[in-house]
Design a protein around this ligand. Structure first.
Ligand code: HEC
Ligand code: HEC
Ligand code: HEC
Ligand code: HEC
Ligand code: HEC
Ligand code: HEC
Ligand code: HEC
Ligand code: HEC
Ligand code: HEC
Ligand code: HEC
Length: 460
């Protein structure tokens, strides 16, 4: 038995174990607490404010957990972890991404397609903290494997589908469908129809325009003699180079298809405008002519206008009769110009009975309606296409415009031509290896008008 005041070494050891904070372990505990304070308590108590605080005041203590740099597009929020990690200690939730990406589209309309295989978290595909390169780029190289898991047998995922099976661009991809208007009205619904193996699809058009006449190898008549036209004379690339600006009458047609009113009498042209403005111009013009009594020279008149009025009726008479009522002259001129020599060349004007309602000088003349010219639309909404990426290729190799006699011809290229240059996922000599992601996004409609039209099929 040990004497009091002279403790047993064993007991002393037990005592130390009962009081772990004494002695050497104290330093370890201080460090543990410090780490907990810096790594857990401070970040939880003082995370970065998620409001509009100035950038300098934004960094919070939670940034110490950052596993790597965020994508460039997200770097403005690099110190606001809570924007994406709203709930601590759990995976990134889709709703946190959607708090900013409100309009990001699903792969398909979930109201129509119920497929549990589509319930994938945003973060499964978009893994952030991988460096500052674009997040979307991570997924550009989706190959047949990922997409083909569903599209190789699409009926198993969506029984009512009109979409055909796809697993590789070179060997198992159907002929393209194009989207076109189902009727002549400018607001007619769009329908999707597969390109035929032979011949062309037609799309109703309220505008007359034969490509072939204007692209004739020998040129086309113009006020300055024969002029050789090229696609670029009418199709100007848009800002991105992806597509083209709309073709406009004033810019692209009027230099040849003049809207001159009278042969050899001032160079005055009709405005290219709604019918009431055209009729007002005629009333004002002939009122002026009648007041000033200036008859044109009929011979010079017909000759002067021969080249200026290509198409239907090359020779336009003068409508001026000395001493006649200006309204009567305007009436004859309006009927000729609208129904025969001017508007009629490109439009199909429809006579409207009764006087006009515009409340302007032209309202007492006969009235017409010009059917609206439908605006351009996307042809292949389910894929992307960039003209800029194909700049070195001639337009004619994809669009047989030179042989097209009517604006109704659909000039879109089929898959065979793309396959001249685009291989599938497996490389082929002198071809571009093409994974699905080259031509398709995942958020199918991104960058395009939504695919709302019901798919209509012609023979596959
Ligand atoms: C723009 C959104 C966004 C912001 C901001 C963000 N993260 Fe992340 N973080 C993600 C995504 C996406 C993942 C992938 C996680 C998943 O699968 O749920 C992730 C994963 C993580 C992981 C897990 C590591 C891994 O590789 O799986 C940690 C730790 C993390 N983030 C910490 C942070 C910290 C700390 C901050 C603030 C400095 C932060 N994050 C800011 C989007 C974000
Ligand atoms: C199955 C994979 C996958 C899932 C799941 C996914 N994405 Fe994407 N995402 C992609 C691909 C692939 C692209 C590239 C698209 C392109 O190049 O057009 C992309 C592009 C984007 C873009 C860039 C802009 C755009 O619309 O093209 C945003 C933003 C985006 N995704 C957000 C999200 C959000 C938010 C979620 C969750 C609601 C999500 N993604 C889920 C694959 C996915
Ligand atoms: C604080 C707002 C905010 C949050 C939260 C956010 N983003 Fe973004 N994200 C942006 C902005 C802004 C851009 C750049 C503009 C754009 O492309 O829409 C962007 C771009 C993207 C892009 C495309 C850009 C690229 O680099 O390719 C993807 C993909 C994306 N975010 C996915 C996500 C995902 C997944 C989440 C959730 C983990 C998320 N974002 C959370 C604001 C946010
Ligand atoms: C989970 C299954 C699934 C996966 C994975 C999947 N898709 Fe889809 N995809 C569908 C379904 C279902 C539809 C809707 C078909 C319909 O509307 O009839 C669809 C529609 C499409 C369409 C539009 C078809 C059309 O003409 O309207 C394209 C293009 C497409 N997917 C491409 C892809 C690409 C590229 C990938 C890989 C990045 C992919 N899909 C991955 C199930 C899937
Ligand atoms: C004199 C002007 C003019 C020239 C030159 C011209 N176009 Fe057009 N193009 C038009 C007009 C106007 C339209 C719209 C009418 C229509 O819907 O066809 C059009 C429409 C198109 C369309 C889309 C319409 C569809 O149905 O597919 C393509 C593609 C096209 N042109 C290609 C070409 C190519 C290729 C060339 C050169 C070989 C060319 N164009 C030369 C005026 C022109
Ligand atoms: C360089 C001069 C020139 C330009 C520019 C031009 N055309 Fe023409 N167009 C002509 C000539 C000349 C004819 C008559 C050719 C013939 O009859 O052999 C013609 C014929 C037509 C015809 C056929 C008329 C018919 O009844 O046979 C239509 C329609 C037409 N053009 C519309 C247009 C449109 C729309 C534009 C602008 C997008 C346009 N043209 C631009 C010179 C031009
Ligand atoms: C050489 C062909 C040509 C002639 C001649 C022509 N137009 Fe046009 N017109 C067009 C083209 C091309 C468009 C569509 C692009 C634009 O608005 O410039 C158009 C569009 C219009 C529109 C807009 C239609 C809508 O609602 O979308 C009106 C109105 C119109 N024209 C009236 C007239 C009238 C009236 C005349 C006769 C005075 C006339 N046009 C003569 C080619 C022509
Ligand atoms: C070189 C470009 C290109 C590549 C590569 C490509 N596609 Fe397509 N794909 C298109 C075009 C263009 C369309 C027609 C788009 C439309 O209908 O609007 C299309 C149509 C489709 C459709 C609709 C099929 C239908 O029945 O009309 C699906 C689904 C599809 N592609 C999936 C895929 C998948 C999966 C891959 C990869 C194995 C792939 N595509 C590779 C260009 C491509
Ligand atoms: C490699 C094939 C290819 C080449 C080369 C090509 N195009 Fe296209 N073009 C397309 C495809 C595919 C579309 C359909 C894009 C869409 O709307 O989905 C298109 C669409 C168009 C349209 C219709 C755009 C609209 O808004 O209605 C016009 C016009 C056009 N191309 C003119 C041209 C001209 C001019 C050239 C030469 C500078 C040219 N294309 C070269 C494949 C091509
Ligand atoms: C003459 C050869 C050739 C033909 C024909 C051709 N392509 Fe391409 N395409 C290329 C090349 C080369 C690239 C790569 C360009 C680049 O990386 O910038 C490319 C790139 C693309 C891209 C990616 C563009 C981008 O900006 O990311 C798409 C989508 C595409 N082609 C679709 C098509 C479709 C659809 C057709 C048929 C209508 C087609 N191509 C016909 C040579 C061709």
């Amino acid at each position: 038995m040990a004497a009091p005041g002279n403790p047993d070494p064993l007991q002393a050891e037990a005592q130390r174990l009962r009081q772990p904070l004494r002695g050497r372990r104290r330093i370890a505990w201080v460090l543990v607490l410090l780490v907990a304070l810096l790594g857990i308590a401070l970040p939880l108590l003082w995370p970065a404010p998620a409001d509009d605080a100035p950038a300098t005041a934004r960094a919070g203590f939670d940034t110490v957990w950052n596993p790597g740099p965020l994508a460039a597009a997200h770097q403005p929020w690099a110190s606001e972890c809570k924007l994406c990690h709203a709930k601590p200690f759990s995976r990134v939730r889709d709703e946190d991404c959607r708090s900013c990406h409100r309009d990001v589209q699903d792969h398909v309309d979930r109201g129509r397609v119920h497929d549990a295989a589509l319930d994938v978290r945003c973060a499964t595909c978009h893994r952030d903290h991988q460096g500052s390169f674009a997040l979307a780029e991570q997924n550009r190289h989706f190959v047949g494997k990922e997409c083909g898991s569903c599209h190789g047998d699409i009926g198993a995922h969506h029984a009512e589908t009109l979409t055909q099976n796809v697993s590789d661009f070179a060997t198992a991809h159907p002929q393209f469908r194009v989207q076109k208007r189902s009727g002549i009205a400018a607001d007619a619904a769009l329908e999707r129809v597969r390109l035929p193996a032979e011949g062309r699809l037609q799309e109703a058009s309220a505008l007359r325009f034969p490509h072939d006449v204007h692209l004739a190898a020998g040129g086309v008549g113009s006020p300055d003699g024969k002029r050789r036209m090229d696609c670029a004379d009418c199709h100007t690339p848009d800002g991105t180079g992806e597509s083209f600006l709309p073709v406009r009458m004033e810019t692209h047609c009027q230099s040849c298809h003049s809207l001159a009113i009278e042969p050899a009498l001032s160079g005055r042209e009709l405005p290219h405008a709604p019918v009431p403005q055209v009729l007002d111009t005629l009333v004002e013009f002939y009122t002026f002519v009648a007041r000033n009594g200036a008859p044109p020279d009929p011979v010079a008149a017909t000759q002067g206008l021969r080249l200026l009025r290509p198409g239907r009726e090359k020779e336009t008479p003068s409508f001026v009769t000395r001493g006649a009522d200006p309204l009567a002259m305007a009436r004859v001129a309006a009927t000729e110009l609208v129904e025969k020599t001017a508007c009629r060349v490109c439009h199909t004007p429809e006579r409207v009975s009764g006087p006009g309602t515009a409340g302007t000088p032209g309202e007492s003349l006969p009235q017409w309606r010009i059917p609206a010219v439908a605006p351009a639309h996307t042809w292949m909404p389910a894929a992307r296409f960039s003209h800029a990426a194909h700049r070195s290729e001639s337009c004619g190799s994809c669009h047989a415009a030179k042989e097209s006699t009517s604006a109704e011809d659909v000039l879109m290229p089929g898959i065979a031509h793309c396959r001249d240059c685009h291989a599938g996922s497996a490389p082929e000599p002198r071809k571009v290896s093409s994974d699905c992601g080259l031509c398709h996004g995942f958020h199918v409609v991104s960058g395009h008008a939504p695919v709302t039209a019901v798919s209509l099929e012609t023979a596959p």
